[in-house]
Design a protein around this ligand. Sequence first.
Ligand code: DC
Length: 220
Amino acid sequence: MIIAIDGPAGAGKSTVAKILAQRLGFLYLDTGAMYRALTFKVLEKNIQISDEPTISRLANEVKIDLSTNPDGSLSVILDGADVSLAIRQPRITQVVSDIAKIQKVRTVLVQLQRELGLKGNCVLDGRDIGTVVFPDAQIKFYIDASAAQRVSRRYKELSGLGQQIALEDVARDLSNRDKIDSTRQASPLRKADDAIYIDTTELSIEQVVQKMLDYCKING
Ligand code: DC
């Protein structure tokens, strides 16, 4: 079974997706981590963000592996190197949306996501899972929250990772990414018609997970 979770940055998708996968004994696939890993490689190789042909070629060449550790954390391995923490750096976050809007990059990563997702029961989170990657997923959620709440959550998450970042910078980055992710030509962020909409602004993580589990029990 495939469970698709989409929504904007900072809505809490990956937090709840990870817990949901753990409780159900499903695989968890953080598709944003793949776009981030490729972005890491682009910056490492000093490729211009505007150089779409080179970036598209690179997408075909890199090897990205995702795995979940026994403690529930995610390992992202890029060409054999562990980049799990490095891909959360602000320099990656600032440009990842520009990489993710390249159609050829999406074609390669969507193919990989489909292959990995079909290995077993899987929870995937991203922006286009229910609309493009797995439009026939049995269960789809669209997770949202107010802009202020999303900024506050992202700020706490980054502070927790030890990043010294100003709240205004988090707000600017989030709004910039929202705009690029939802207005791009190639599979923009959109709620699938058959996705369950959950506004998490006033909900705790556990409340959101419970809502999802209840829905899975009835419809799974
Ligand atoms: O969820 P995240 O912040 O780690 O995602 C990083 C970027 O990748 C985000 O700005 C949009 C893009 N992305 C995408 O276009 N499609 C996905 N399925 C997942 C992420």
